[in-house]
Ligand binder design. Sequence first.
Ligand code: IMP
Ligand code: MG
Length: 189
Amino acid sequence: MSPSPDSPRPLLDADELAAIARRLGGEIRRDYPDGVVMVALLKGSVFFLADLVRELPVRCELDFLALSAYGDGRTRVRVVKDLDIEVAGRDVIVVLDIVDTGLTLAYLLRMIALRGARSTVACALLDRQSRRLLPVEIRYVGHVISNEHVVGYGLDLDERYRNLSGLQIPDPADLAGEPTAMFERLARR
Ligand code: IMP
Ligand code: MG
């Protein structure tokens, strides 16, 4: 049986992702010649962070944060892995895989500002503007996407598919199907 024409659809391949990291790395390098603290949100942003900072030949410190959603409708977040670096007085860039509703980013920007950072801006690989609930400014945007769920290059669906090298949009039928079969089809692209 041949797959339907749009199943699955590649969104960005490894070369296109590398070009995004190069472009944003160049912008950040120009804006922060004296260095910057890069705070990445686990886990989805780690592949992007790794490519981005290797395009950033300035003094650059890395730190990681992990949040967990809880409560009714999982609408509240708490910190499950906090920063190790003291950000007071520092210039900070928060690195995210994707900004969707904006709730996560708004929380992070407020948290880091409250800790006395000198400046705090956001860098997101993907920006899904159509789903925004809170207005948030993203200084560095890799790529704007529409409504479909995206997997690969760190992004997951129920903790799966982070290890695909490119970004892909799975077919909705795949999402409901057997996960290993879907991985094999996506990985072949
Ligand atoms: P927000 O708080 O709604 O902006 O949520 C952002 C978080 O939701 C991201 O950091 C991702 O972990 C997750 N997320 C949103 N859309 C996708 C997607 O298409 N694929 C994988 N994860 C997603
Ligand atoms: Mg996720």
